[in-house]
Design a protein around this ligand. Structure first.
Ligand SMILES: [Zn+2]
Ligand SMILES: [Zn+2]
Length: 463
Protein backbone atom coordinates (compact mmCIF):
# COMPACT_ATOMS: atom_id res chain seq x y z
CA UNK A 1 0.00 0.00 0.00
CA UNK A 2 1.76 3.11 -1.24
CA UNK A 3 2.25 6.00 1.15
CA UNK A 4 4.26 8.05 -1.35
CA UNK A 5 3.16 11.69 -1.00
CA UNK A 6 3.39 12.41 -4.74
CA UNK A 7 6.48 14.56 -5.18
CA UNK A 8 10.15 13.78 -5.69
CA UNK A 9 12.78 16.01 -4.08
CA UNK A 10 14.54 16.61 -7.41
CA UNK A 11 11.48 17.50 -9.49
CA UNK A 12 8.77 18.92 -7.21
CA UNK A 13 6.77 20.44 -10.07
CA UNK A 14 5.56 17.03 -11.17
CA UNK A 15 3.31 14.74 -9.14
CA UNK A 16 3.26 10.96 -9.40
CA UNK A 17 0.57 8.57 -8.16
CA UNK A 18 -0.92 11.14 -5.78
CA UNK A 19 -3.32 13.88 -6.76
CA UNK A 20 -4.51 15.63 -3.61
CA UNK A 21 -3.15 18.19 -1.14
CA UNK A 22 0.04 19.93 -2.37
CA UNK A 23 -0.13 17.87 -5.57
CA UNK A 24 -2.99 20.08 -6.70
CA UNK A 25 -0.30 22.61 -7.67
CA UNK A 26 1.65 20.25 -9.94
CA UNK A 27 2.43 21.23 -13.54
CA UNK A 28 2.18 17.63 -14.79
CA UNK A 29 0.79 14.35 -13.44
CA UNK A 30 2.04 10.81 -13.83
CA UNK A 31 0.15 7.59 -13.09
CA UNK A 32 2.23 4.40 -12.85
CA UNK A 33 -0.73 1.98 -12.85
CA UNK A 34 -4.43 1.66 -12.01
CA UNK A 35 -4.51 0.56 -8.38
CA UNK A 36 -6.51 2.73 -6.03
CA UNK A 37 -3.70 3.41 -3.58
CA UNK A 38 -1.88 5.17 -6.45
CA UNK A 39 -4.90 7.19 -7.52
CA UNK A 40 -5.77 9.22 -4.41
CA UNK A 41 -7.45 12.46 -5.42
CA UNK A 42 -7.49 11.61 -9.12
CA UNK A 43 -11.24 12.15 -9.38
CA UNK A 44 -11.43 14.86 -6.73
CA UNK A 45 -13.46 18.05 -7.38
CA UNK A 46 -10.47 20.36 -6.90
CA UNK A 47 -8.39 18.64 -9.52
CA UNK A 48 -11.38 18.47 -11.85
CA UNK A 49 -11.77 22.23 -11.49
CA UNK A 50 -8.08 22.83 -12.10
CA UNK A 51 -8.25 20.85 -15.36
CA UNK A 52 -11.18 22.89 -16.56
CA UNK A 53 -9.13 26.09 -16.44
CA UNK A 54 -5.78 24.71 -17.53
CA UNK A 55 -4.41 24.50 -21.03
CA UNK A 56 -1.18 22.73 -20.22
CA UNK A 57 -1.72 20.27 -17.37
CA UNK A 58 -1.60 16.68 -18.56
CA UNK A 59 -1.62 13.18 -17.07
CA UNK A 60 1.07 10.90 -18.48
CA UNK A 61 0.76 7.11 -18.35
CA UNK A 62 1.01 4.01 -20.55
CA UNK A 63 -1.58 3.24 -23.23
CA UNK A 64 -2.94 0.32 -21.22
CA UNK A 65 -3.27 2.42 -18.05
CA UNK A 66 -5.15 5.05 -20.04
CA UNK A 67 -7.53 2.41 -21.33
CA UNK A 68 -8.13 0.91 -17.87
CA UNK A 69 -8.58 4.33 -16.29
CA UNK A 70 -11.13 5.51 -18.85
CA UNK A 71 -13.07 2.23 -18.60
CA UNK A 72 -14.30 3.66 -15.28
CA UNK A 73 -16.76 6.49 -16.12
CA UNK A 74 -15.75 8.36 -12.94
CA UNK A 75 -12.48 9.26 -14.67
CA UNK A 76 -14.00 10.18 -18.05
CA UNK A 77 -13.28 13.89 -17.47
CA UNK A 78 -9.58 13.11 -17.83
CA UNK A 79 -9.95 11.96 -21.42
CA UNK A 80 -8.73 15.15 -23.11
CA UNK A 81 -5.90 15.61 -20.63
CA UNK A 82 -4.24 12.20 -20.84
CA UNK A 83 -1.09 11.72 -22.86
CA UNK A 84 -0.31 8.04 -23.31
CA UNK A 85 3.38 7.31 -23.85
CA UNK A 86 5.01 4.31 -25.48
CA UNK A 87 7.14 2.08 -23.30
CA UNK A 88 10.89 2.56 -23.46
CA UNK A 89 10.78 5.63 -25.62
CA UNK A 90 12.28 8.73 -23.97
CA UNK A 91 9.97 11.72 -24.31
CA UNK A 92 10.75 15.39 -23.77
CA UNK A 93 8.15 16.94 -21.50
CA UNK A 94 8.03 20.65 -20.74
CA UNK A 95 6.55 21.64 -17.40
CA UNK A 96 5.07 25.12 -17.65
CA UNK A 97 4.06 27.41 -14.82
CA UNK A 98 0.87 28.88 -16.22
CA UNK A 99 1.12 32.03 -14.09
CA UNK A 100 4.73 33.02 -14.74
CA UNK A 101 5.41 31.14 -17.97
CA UNK A 102 8.48 29.54 -16.37
CA UNK A 103 9.51 26.34 -18.14
CA UNK A 104 11.36 23.23 -17.08
CA UNK A 105 12.36 20.46 -19.48
CA UNK A 106 12.49 16.82 -18.51
CA UNK A 107 13.02 13.60 -20.40
CA UNK A 108 10.65 10.92 -19.13
CA UNK A 109 10.88 7.24 -20.03
CA UNK A 110 8.32 4.57 -19.15
CA UNK A 111 9.89 1.25 -18.19
CA UNK A 112 7.90 -1.97 -17.70
CA UNK A 113 7.25 -2.67 -14.02
CA UNK A 114 5.83 -6.22 -14.21
CA UNK A 115 3.17 -5.45 -11.59
CA UNK A 116 -0.17 -5.43 -13.44
CA UNK A 117 -1.40 -4.58 -16.96
CA UNK A 118 -0.10 -1.16 -17.96
CA UNK A 119 2.19 -0.73 -14.95
CA UNK A 120 5.36 1.26 -15.50
CA UNK A 121 8.29 2.82 -13.73
CA UNK A 122 9.16 6.43 -14.59
CA UNK A 123 12.76 7.34 -15.34
CA UNK A 124 13.05 11.13 -15.15
CA UNK A 125 16.15 12.91 -16.45
CA UNK A 126 16.66 16.66 -16.14
CA UNK A 127 18.78 19.37 -14.57
CA UNK A 128 18.70 17.64 -11.18
CA UNK A 129 19.96 14.30 -12.49
CA UNK A 130 18.37 10.95 -13.28
CA UNK A 131 15.79 9.63 -10.83
CA UNK A 132 13.72 6.47 -11.00
CA UNK A 133 10.23 6.19 -9.57
CA UNK A 134 9.37 2.47 -9.54
CA UNK A 135 5.63 2.69 -8.80
CA UNK A 136 4.77 -0.85 -7.74
CA UNK A 137 6.99 -3.45 -9.33
CA UNK A 138 7.77 -7.13 -9.62
CA UNK A 139 11.07 -7.57 -11.35
CA UNK A 140 12.97 -10.83 -11.20
CA UNK A 141 16.64 -11.15 -10.42
CA UNK A 142 18.70 -9.81 -13.31
CA UNK A 143 15.84 -7.86 -14.91
CA UNK A 144 17.45 -4.45 -14.35
CA UNK A 145 20.39 -5.50 -16.53
CA UNK A 146 17.97 -6.24 -19.37
CA UNK A 147 16.34 -2.81 -19.37
CA UNK A 148 18.06 -0.97 -22.19
CA UNK A 149 17.19 2.53 -21.06
CA UNK A 150 18.69 2.12 -17.61
CA UNK A 151 21.97 2.05 -19.49
CA UNK A 152 23.92 4.55 -21.45
CA UNK A 153 26.19 2.80 -23.90
CA UNK A 154 27.89 0.03 -21.99
CA UNK A 155 27.34 1.62 -18.59
CA UNK A 156 24.55 1.67 -16.09
CA UNK A 157 23.10 5.18 -15.89
CA UNK A 158 24.11 7.30 -12.94
CA UNK A 159 20.87 7.16 -10.93
CA UNK A 160 20.70 9.82 -8.24
CA UNK A 161 17.58 8.62 -6.45
CA UNK A 162 15.23 5.67 -6.53
CA UNK A 163 11.70 6.04 -5.17
CA UNK A 164 11.10 2.43 -4.36
CA UNK A 165 8.27 -0.08 -4.04
CA UNK A 166 9.55 -1.40 -0.70
CA UNK A 167 6.46 -3.53 0.10
CA UNK A 168 8.69 -6.55 0.83
CA UNK A 169 11.96 -4.83 1.65
CA UNK A 170 12.47 -6.76 4.86
CA UNK A 171 14.58 -9.93 5.30
CA UNK A 172 11.46 -11.79 6.46
CA UNK A 173 10.31 -11.67 2.83
CA UNK A 174 13.62 -12.96 1.50
CA UNK A 175 12.22 -15.24 -1.19
CA UNK A 176 8.91 -15.18 -3.01
CA UNK A 177 8.64 -17.96 -5.57
CA UNK A 178 8.73 -16.71 -9.15
CA UNK A 179 5.58 -16.03 -11.11
CA UNK A 180 6.35 -19.03 -13.33
CA UNK A 181 6.82 -21.41 -10.40
CA UNK A 182 3.52 -20.27 -8.89
CA UNK A 183 1.70 -20.47 -12.20
CA UNK A 184 2.88 -24.02 -12.84
CA UNK A 185 1.79 -25.16 -9.40
CA UNK A 186 -1.66 -23.64 -9.93
CA UNK A 187 -1.85 -25.28 -13.36
CA UNK A 188 -1.09 -28.68 -11.80
CA UNK A 189 -3.82 -28.24 -9.22
CA UNK A 190 -6.36 -27.05 -11.79
CA UNK A 191 -5.43 -29.89 -14.16
CA UNK A 192 -5.84 -32.49 -11.46
CA UNK A 193 -9.31 -31.21 -10.58
CA UNK A 194 -10.96 -30.34 -13.87
CA UNK A 195 -9.79 -33.51 -15.59
CA UNK A 196 -12.00 -35.57 -13.25
CA UNK A 197 -15.24 -34.62 -15.00
CA UNK A 198 -16.77 -31.67 -16.81
CA UNK A 199 -18.65 -30.87 -13.60
CA UNK A 200 -15.42 -30.38 -11.65
CA UNK A 201 -14.95 -26.64 -11.46
CA UNK A 202 -12.27 -24.29 -10.10
CA UNK A 203 -13.02 -20.91 -8.59
CA UNK A 204 -10.11 -18.45 -8.48
CA UNK A 205 -10.87 -16.32 -5.44
CA UNK A 206 -9.21 -13.10 -6.63
CA UNK A 207 -9.71 -9.61 -5.26
CA UNK A 208 -11.13 -6.89 -7.46
CA UNK A 209 -7.77 -5.74 -8.75
CA UNK A 210 -5.81 -5.67 -11.96
CA UNK A 211 -2.85 -8.03 -11.92
CA UNK A 212 -4.43 -11.50 -12.07
CA UNK A 213 -4.72 -11.33 -15.86
CA UNK A 214 -1.39 -13.13 -16.12
CA UNK A 215 -2.97 -16.06 -14.30
CA UNK A 216 -6.19 -15.97 -16.35
CA UNK A 217 -4.52 -15.84 -19.75
CA UNK A 218 -2.04 -18.58 -18.96
CA UNK A 219 -4.66 -20.93 -17.49
CA UNK A 220 -6.96 -20.24 -20.43
CA UNK A 221 -4.15 -21.08 -22.85
CA UNK A 222 -3.11 -24.20 -21.00
CA UNK A 223 -6.61 -25.66 -20.78
CA UNK A 224 -8.00 -24.30 -24.07
CA UNK A 225 -10.86 -22.60 -22.29
CA UNK A 226 -11.93 -19.15 -21.16
CA UNK A 227 -12.17 -17.84 -17.61
CA UNK A 228 -15.52 -16.60 -16.35
CA UNK A 229 -15.34 -13.00 -15.06
CA UNK A 230 -18.00 -10.45 -14.12
CA UNK A 231 -17.11 -7.79 -16.67
CA UNK A 232 -15.17 -7.51 -19.91
CA UNK A 233 -15.51 -3.76 -20.53
CA UNK A 234 -12.02 -2.78 -19.42
CA UNK A 235 -10.38 -5.26 -21.78
CA UNK A 236 -12.32 -4.20 -24.90
CA UNK A 237 -9.20 -2.97 -26.65
CA UNK A 238 -6.83 -5.62 -25.27
CA UNK A 239 -7.30 -8.70 -27.45
CA UNK A 240 -4.61 -10.72 -25.68
CA UNK A 241 -6.63 -10.56 -22.46
CA UNK A 242 -10.13 -10.34 -23.94
CA UNK A 243 -9.81 -13.58 -25.89
CA UNK A 244 -9.16 -15.50 -22.65
CA UNK A 245 -12.04 -14.26 -20.50
CA UNK A 246 -15.77 -14.63 -20.91
CA UNK A 247 -19.10 -13.76 -19.32
CA UNK A 248 -20.43 -17.19 -20.28
CA UNK A 249 -20.82 -19.23 -17.08
CA UNK A 250 -20.43 -22.55 -18.89
CA UNK A 251 -16.73 -23.01 -18.20
CA UNK A 252 -14.74 -25.03 -15.68
CA UNK A 253 -12.61 -22.12 -14.49
CA UNK A 254 -14.22 -19.11 -12.83
CA UNK A 255 -12.82 -15.88 -11.44
CA UNK A 256 -16.20 -14.22 -10.98
CA UNK A 257 -16.76 -12.45 -7.69
CA UNK A 258 -19.43 -12.50 -5.02
CA UNK A 259 -21.43 -9.40 -4.24
CA UNK A 260 -19.79 -7.68 -1.27
CA UNK A 261 -20.12 -9.47 2.05
CA UNK A 262 -21.04 -12.87 0.67
CA UNK A 263 -18.66 -15.69 1.34
CA UNK A 264 -17.62 -18.71 -0.58
CA UNK A 265 -19.90 -21.70 -0.30
CA UNK A 266 -18.26 -24.94 -1.32
CA UNK A 267 -21.33 -25.91 -3.27
CA UNK A 268 -21.92 -22.72 -5.23
CA UNK A 269 -19.98 -20.37 -7.49
CA UNK A 270 -20.46 -16.60 -7.16
CA UNK A 271 -22.26 -16.67 -10.52
CA UNK A 272 -24.20 -19.79 -9.66
CA UNK A 273 -22.52 -21.74 -12.45
CA UNK A 274 -24.33 -23.12 -15.46
CA UNK A 275 -25.81 -26.13 -13.68
CA UNK A 276 -25.86 -27.59 -10.18
CA UNK A 277 -24.53 -29.25 -8.20
CA UNK A 278 -20.91 -28.85 -9.22
CA UNK A 279 -17.77 -30.11 -7.56
CA UNK A 280 -15.89 -26.94 -6.73
CA UNK A 281 -12.50 -26.11 -5.28
CA UNK A 282 -11.44 -22.57 -4.52
CA UNK A 283 -7.93 -21.25 -5.00
CA UNK A 284 -7.03 -17.98 -3.31
CA UNK A 285 -3.94 -16.24 -4.66
CA UNK A 286 -1.93 -14.89 -1.73
CA UNK A 287 1.58 -13.66 -1.25
CA UNK A 288 3.80 -16.28 0.37
CA UNK A 289 7.35 -15.80 1.44
CA UNK A 290 10.24 -17.92 2.58
CA UNK A 291 13.43 -17.25 4.50
CA UNK A 292 16.89 -17.01 3.04
CA UNK A 293 17.81 -20.58 3.92
CA UNK A 294 14.51 -22.23 3.06
CA UNK A 295 15.28 -24.84 0.45
CA UNK A 296 11.88 -26.23 -0.37
CA UNK A 297 9.13 -23.80 -1.15
CA UNK A 298 5.63 -25.19 -1.23
CA UNK A 299 3.53 -22.74 -3.17
CA UNK A 300 0.11 -24.37 -2.76
CA UNK A 301 -1.36 -24.71 0.71
CA UNK A 302 -4.53 -26.55 1.56
CA UNK A 303 -6.71 -24.48 3.88
CA UNK A 304 -9.89 -26.55 4.01
CA UNK A 305 -11.69 -29.52 2.52
CA UNK A 306 -12.01 -27.81 -0.84
CA UNK A 307 -10.02 -24.61 -0.49
CA UNK A 308 -6.44 -23.76 -1.25
CA UNK A 309 -4.12 -20.81 -1.15
CA UNK A 310 -1.66 -20.40 -3.97
CA UNK A 311 1.36 -18.15 -3.98
CA UNK A 312 1.04 -15.17 -6.28
CA UNK A 313 2.84 -11.86 -5.82
CA UNK A 314 2.63 -8.56 -7.66
CA UNK A 315 5.65 -7.20 -5.78
CA UNK A 316 9.36 -8.04 -5.72
CA UNK A 317 10.75 -9.97 -2.77
CA UNK A 318 13.54 -8.71 -0.52
CA UNK A 319 16.20 -10.54 -2.52
CA UNK A 320 14.79 -9.31 -5.84
CA UNK A 321 14.78 -5.70 -4.59
CA UNK A 322 18.35 -6.08 -3.31
CA UNK A 323 19.44 -7.39 -6.69
CA UNK A 324 17.75 -4.45 -8.42
CA UNK A 325 19.32 -1.86 -6.11
CA UNK A 326 22.78 -3.36 -6.12
CA UNK A 327 22.74 -3.22 -9.91
CA UNK A 328 21.64 0.43 -10.06
CA UNK A 329 23.58 1.68 -7.03
CA UNK A 330 21.59 4.89 -6.56
CA UNK A 331 22.88 7.59 -4.22
CA UNK A 332 19.53 7.93 -2.43
CA UNK A 333 16.71 5.45 -1.92
CA UNK A 334 13.30 6.59 -0.70
CA UNK A 335 10.81 3.91 0.30
CA UNK A 336 7.23 4.38 -0.95
CA UNK A 337 5.79 1.56 1.14
CA UNK A 338 6.29 0.57 4.76
CA UNK A 339 6.52 -3.24 5.02
CA UNK A 340 3.88 -4.69 7.30
CA UNK A 341 4.97 -4.64 10.95
CA UNK A 342 7.72 -2.07 10.33
CA UNK A 343 8.01 1.71 10.52
CA UNK A 344 9.14 4.20 7.91
CA UNK A 345 12.32 4.71 9.96
CA UNK A 346 13.04 0.94 9.97
CA UNK A 347 12.85 0.58 6.21
CA UNK A 348 14.79 3.80 5.57
CA UNK A 349 17.57 2.54 7.83
CA UNK A 350 17.56 -0.87 6.17
CA UNK A 351 17.89 0.75 2.74
CA UNK A 352 20.96 2.79 3.70
CA UNK A 353 23.24 -0.15 3.08
CA UNK A 354 22.07 -0.27 -0.55
CA UNK A 355 22.95 3.37 -1.33
CA UNK A 356 26.12 4.18 -3.20
CA UNK A 357 28.75 5.58 -0.88
CA UNK A 358 29.69 8.87 -2.51
CA UNK A 359 31.71 10.27 0.39
CA UNK A 360 34.63 7.88 -0.12
CA UNK A 361 34.56 7.47 -3.87
CA UNK A 362 37.94 9.15 -4.50
CA UNK A 363 40.31 6.32 -3.63
CA UNK A 364 38.56 3.03 -3.21
CA UNK A 365 40.10 -0.37 -3.64
CA UNK A 366 37.90 -2.34 -5.99
CA UNK A 367 38.60 -6.04 -6.12
CA UNK A 368 39.28 -7.46 -9.58
CA UNK A 369 36.32 -9.14 -11.20
CA UNK A 370 33.71 -6.76 -9.85
CA UNK A 371 32.12 -5.44 -13.00
CA UNK A 372 28.64 -5.03 -11.61
CA UNK A 373 28.14 -1.58 -13.12
CA UNK A 374 29.41 -2.64 -16.50
CA UNK A 375 26.73 -3.83 -18.79
CA UNK A 376 26.98 -7.36 -20.12
CA UNK A 377 27.73 -7.59 -23.83
CA UNK A 378 24.65 -8.69 -25.74
CA UNK A 379 26.26 -10.72 -28.47
CA UNK A 380 27.89 -13.08 -25.99
CA UNK A 381 26.25 -16.41 -26.59
CA UNK A 382 29.49 -18.35 -26.42
CA UNK A 383 29.18 -21.27 -24.04
CA UNK A 384 32.75 -20.68 -22.96
CA UNK A 385 32.05 -17.11 -21.93
CA UNK A 386 33.55 -15.98 -18.69
CA UNK A 387 30.37 -15.88 -16.64
CA UNK A 388 32.30 -15.35 -13.43
CA UNK A 389 33.30 -11.92 -14.67
CA UNK A 390 29.77 -10.70 -14.32
CA UNK A 391 28.96 -12.03 -10.90
CA UNK A 392 25.96 -13.92 -12.14
CA UNK A 393 24.54 -11.07 -14.22
CA UNK A 394 22.33 -12.69 -16.82
CA UNK A 395 23.52 -12.30 -20.37
CA UNK A 396 20.12 -12.80 -21.96
CA UNK A 397 19.29 -10.36 -24.76
CA UNK A 398 18.35 -6.95 -23.52
CA UNK A 399 14.62 -6.30 -23.01
CA UNK A 400 13.67 -9.90 -23.56
CA UNK A 401 11.35 -10.72 -20.68
CA UNK A 402 11.69 -14.15 -19.12
CA UNK A 403 8.11 -15.32 -18.90
CA UNK A 404 7.41 -19.01 -19.13
CA UNK A 405 10.75 -20.73 -19.14
CA UNK A 406 12.61 -22.70 -16.57
CA UNK A 407 9.77 -22.97 -14.13
CA UNK A 408 10.49 -25.50 -11.45
CA UNK A 409 8.10 -28.41 -11.85
CA UNK A 410 6.03 -28.53 -8.71
CA UNK A 411 4.46 -31.71 -7.52
CA UNK A 412 1.51 -31.48 -5.23
CA UNK A 413 2.42 -33.36 -2.12
CA UNK A 414 -1.24 -33.44 -1.22
CA UNK A 415 -3.29 -33.88 -4.39
CA UNK A 416 -7.02 -33.41 -4.06
CA UNK A 417 -8.90 -36.63 -3.69
CA UNK A 418 -12.33 -37.48 -2.36
CA UNK A 419 -12.71 -37.58 0.56
CA UNK A 420 -10.09 -34.91 0.89
CA UNK A 421 -7.69 -35.30 3.79
CA UNK A 422 -7.07 -32.02 5.60
CA UNK A 423 -3.49 -30.94 6.05
CA UNK A 424 -2.88 -28.11 8.48
CA UNK A 425 -0.70 -25.19 7.46
CA UNK A 426 2.92 -26.12 7.78
CA UNK A 427 4.53 -23.75 5.34
CA UNK A 428 5.89 -20.20 5.39
CA UNK A 429 3.86 -17.13 6.07
CA UNK A 430 1.37 -15.55 3.73
CA UNK A 431 -1.01 -12.67 3.37
CA UNK A 432 -3.79 -11.67 1.06
CA UNK A 433 -2.86 -9.51 -1.89
CA UNK A 434 -3.61 -5.94 -0.91
CA UNK A 435 -4.12 -4.38 -4.33
CA UNK A 436 -7.55 -3.05 -5.18
CA UNK A 437 -9.56 -1.46 -7.93
CA UNK A 438 -12.66 -1.28 -5.82
CA UNK A 439 -14.22 2.20 -5.79
CA UNK A 440 -16.02 1.51 -2.53
CA UNK A 441 -12.82 0.51 -0.76
CA UNK A 442 -11.11 3.67 -1.90
CA UNK A 443 -13.94 5.81 -0.63
CA UNK A 444 -13.83 4.08 2.76
CA UNK A 445 -10.12 4.86 2.85
CA UNK A 446 -10.66 8.50 1.98
CA UNK A 447 -13.36 8.99 4.60
CA UNK A 448 -11.13 7.76 7.41
CA UNK A 449 -8.27 9.93 6.30
CA UNK A 450 -7.35 12.03 9.32
CA UNK A 451 -3.77 11.19 10.15
CA UNK A 452 -1.74 9.10 7.75
CA UNK A 453 -1.46 5.54 8.86
CA UNK A 454 1.97 4.15 8.09
CA UNK A 455 1.57 1.50 5.45
CA UNK A 456 -2.09 2.32 4.98
CA UNK A 457 -4.72 -0.33 5.44
CA UNK A 458 -3.67 -3.27 7.57
CA UNK A 459 -3.40 -6.51 5.72
CA UNK A 460 -5.05 -9.58 7.12
CA UNK A 461 -2.61 -12.16 8.29
CA UNK A 462 -2.96 -15.83 7.73
CA UNK A 463 -1.60 -18.69 9.75
ZN1 LIG B 1 -0.28 -1.70 -7.33
ZN1 LIG C 1 -18.57 -17.71 -12.62
Amino acid sequence: MSSFAGRMKEYPNMSLDRFDRENLHARAYFLSHCHKDHMKGLKGPLLKRKLKFSLTVKLYCSFVTKELLLSNPKYAFWEDHIVALELESPTLITLIDEASGEREELVVTLLPAGHCPGSVMFLVEGAQGAVLYTGDFRLAKGDASRIELLHSGSRVKDIKSVYLDSTFYDPRFYQIPSRETCLHAIQDLVQDWISRSVRHTVWLNCKAAYGYEYLFTNLANEFHTQIHVNNLDMFKKMPEILSHVTTDRATQIHACRHPKGEDFLATRLPCGGSSTPLNIISIKPSTMWFGERTQRTKVIVRTGASSYRACFSFHSSYSEIKDFLSYLQPINIYPSVVPIGRTHADVTELLKSMCRDVSSSAVVYRPLGTLKRTRPEQQTHDVDRADWLFEGADLAPVRKRVMMQEATPTTLTNPPDDPLPFTPLVTGDYMDCTESNDDEEEEEGERGWGGERPGGRRERWGG
